[in-house]
Design a binder for this molecule. Structure first.
Ligand code: SF4
Ligand code: SF4
Length: 635
């Protein structure tokens, strides 16, 4: 009997120990609320979800992707093969042991890569603590199993027992770490992919709409870990503490007390008493003090989380986009906000006043709904109520009250008139879409506004809704269907591009050589996948387009979404200043924007900076620059 003969027993022991550790966590998940899970689709789809969807995200960091493929592939293949040695013909085959050794050699290469990434210097976004021990455990198991298998393949008995001793030390250490160490993600990650709360993400859907809250429930929103759906509790345990979310988060970069990685770790730690003493990653910047109390039925807020952490979030989804484990940070943040708003009545700063105005006046500024159309003075703005129908229903949004945004909307109107579009507006019948109320957790106001708007829209005939506000677009397109309103909604940049491409809008070109950089609005880009149409339109205008350091799906938020502009949690810097810094670095003369909130946030940046112009304003300039016979620009 040699060491290699014990390898299958070691693998089974490791599996049993890991199972025991995970069973302890599963008991905690079970305390969560029920959730509907498509088990068959999840189980059948697991290989694809893991090998395609997860690796699509992991692959954005090629080193991490190669490292993970080697170490995980080698570990799983080597361990599975080693277990098969229980079958006598295989256990006696030198060729078979050669294959086992080869698999563990692959794992060994991956383990070296894991260590090299963390030592001697560990990147700031990665966690230390038990994560620094992980490379040694991987090396121990990989090297030990490799030597033991090699001893049988090459008939070198001297390698056998030292190999097994190393493999036992490393292997049992890894299995032990499935309890709450770095290896927890290996099993919980797979379970999370099977029971994912948003399975549509694996079928090419963006699935960015918030789930409606049952307003008749005994408790509104989430106060304790047990208020969360069980598969969300499971998802927190899938976190590998890679820190990609931390690196992407604008609030973290601005020094606000939010770190999405720490947040997920705190949500995982909150399931058990004792808090999060083992966490060894970056803290919340300028962390506010909390009591540290935790447990399945303990309040999360002021226990492990401070309310300022929640309210710092712009709901930009950069963290979600970056997360290789496909964890949904924003859903939990909004669920916690819902409790704060609906049950505790604790919305900070201007937030409560804004919500009160929205409840009383159907509009966050408390202004008369009829005033929304004042921006258009002198331009035709037909009310759909007067005609009953129109080709295009123009949704003006709350920013129409704003003088600056009014200029962008006037440009849009003039483009529509020049293109001969049959448009109309709701006028005083347009209530706020409810986006701000929903992100601030006031689901009751959101649902009331949504139902009222759907009822109004249902009275008229139109083909599409167009809007210059990506937040309204998202809500109307993706969140109203849950309340019975299914509408085709188009963003104004896509509409202008469509009109220009179809020859209805004869755009000239702007001065060649003028450079422009495009700021992707989170709610148009990450939430709705629209990255191309605004860029195609800019290219059509003849400007030289340059990209910022972060653009497209990885764009940095302007800081204005998710109600962050009204809850206004202090940090060290302002998010729009960070974004404008990236715009300045491109050397562009113009930052093209496509969202009223981005316009307001970026125009608020002081000092030397590029001009901030909505794409509609640039398109209007191009229309005015067109040769005279092609122009049809209203005054
Ligand atoms: S949604 Fe944006 S602001 Fe909120 S935690 Fe994620 S990255 Fe940070
Ligand atoms: S939440 Fe996702 S991105 Fe953030 S540290 Fe965990 S695994 Fe990485």
């Amino acid at each position: 009997m040699d060491g290699a003969s014990f390898l299958p027993a070691l693998v089974l022991l490791m599996a049993a120990l890991a199972g025991l550790m995970i069973a302890g966590r599963a008991r905690l998940w079970k305390a969560g609320r029920p959730a509907r899970v498509g088990w068959a689709a999840g189980l059948l789809g697991l290989p694809r979800r893991y090998l395609v969807d997860v690796h699509h995200v992991v692959g954005r960091d090629p080193y991490a992707a190669r490292m993970h493929a080697l170490v995980a592939g080698g570990l799983v293949a080597g361990s599975a093969l080693a277990a098969l040695a229980l079958l006598p013909p295989l256990g006696a085959s030198r060729l078979y042991w050669g294959l086992v050794a080869l698999s563990f050699a692959v794992m060994l290469a991956g383990s070296v890569a894991v260590g090299a990434r963390r030592m001697p210097g560990r990147p700031r976004r990665l966690s230390g603590g038990s994560f620094q021990i992980l490379p040694f455990l991987l090396l121990g198991y990989g090297l030990g199993a490799f030597l033991a298998a090699l001893s049988r393949a090459l008939l070198l008995p001297a390698l056998s027992w030292p190999g097994l001793i190393l493999a036992v030390a490393g292997g049992l250490g890894l299995a032990w770490q499935t309890g709450k160490g770095p290896m927890r993600h290996a099993i919980t990650g797979a379970a999370h992919l099977v029971a994912h709360p948003r399975p549509g993400r694996f079928e090419g859907a963006r699935e960015t709409a918030l789930a409606p809250l049952d307003l008749g429930a005994a408790r509104l929103g989430v106060e304790t870990p047990a208020d969360l759906p069980w598969n969300r509790l499971l998802s927190f345990d899938a976190c590998i503490q890679c820190g990609r979310c931390e690196a992407a988060c604008p609030a973290f970069a601005a020094g606000q007390p939010l770190n999405p990685k720490r947040l997920i770790q705190d949500l995982a730690a909150a399931m058990t008493p004792g808090g999060n003493p083992a966490y060894a990653g970056s803290a919340y910047p300028n962390a506010r003090s909390v009591s540290g109390a935790s447990g399945l039925h303990e309040p999360l807020l002021r226990g492990l989380l401070h309310p300022d952490t929640l309210w710092s979030c712009t709901t930009c989804r950069a963290c979600v986009e970056e997360c290789p484990m496909m964890i949904e940070h924003v859903d939990s943040i909004v669920d916690l906000r819902r409790f704060q708003t609906l049950e505790a009545g604790a919305v900070p700063h201007k937030g409560e006043a804004v919500l009160a105005q929205m409840r009383g006046a159907d509009e966050p500024g408390g202004r008369a709904l009829a005033e929304r159309t004042h921006f258009a003075a002198g331009l035709p703005l037909p009310r759909i109520a007067e005609r009953g129908e129109a080709d295009l229903l123009l949704w003006l949004g709350t920013s129409a009250y704003d003088l600056r945004v009014g200029r962008s909307l006037r440009a849009l109107l003039r483009l529509l008139i020049a293109a001969g579009v049959d448009y109309a507006v709701l006028g005083e019948e347009e209530r706020d879409c409810g986006d701000l109320a929903r992100r601030l957790g006031d689901e009751a106001t959101f649902q009331r506004l949504a139902r009222a708007n759907i009822e109004t829209l249902g009275r008229y005939r139109f083909e599409r809704i167009a809007t210059a506000d990506p937040h309204a677009l998202h809500v109307l397109r993706n969140e109203y269907p849950a309340f019975g309103g299914a509408f085709e909604v188009v963003h104004h940049t896509a509409l202008i591009e469509e009109l220009a491409a179809g020859g209805r809008l004869a755009l000239g070109t702007l001065p060649a050589g003028q450079s422009v950089t495009y700021h992707d609005p989170c709610y148009l880009g990450r939430y709705n996948g629209e990255f191309d149409a605004p860029r195609r339109l800019l290219d059509r205008l003849g400007m030289t387009r340059v990209e910022m350091a972060r653009s497209g799906p990885r764009a940095l938020c302007c800081g204005g979404g998710g109600g962050a502009a009204v809850t206004d949690i202090a940090g060290e810097r302002r998010i729009p200043d960070l974004r404008m810094e990236q715009a300045r670095e491109t050397g562009a003369a113009v930052v093209a924007v496509a969202c009223p909130q981005c316009t307001a946030m970026l125009e608020g940046v002081v000092g030397e900076r590029p001009d901030v112009l909505d794409i509609a304003e640039l398109a209007l300039r191009a229309l005015e620059a067109a040769p005279a016979p092609r122009r049809a620009v209203p005054a």
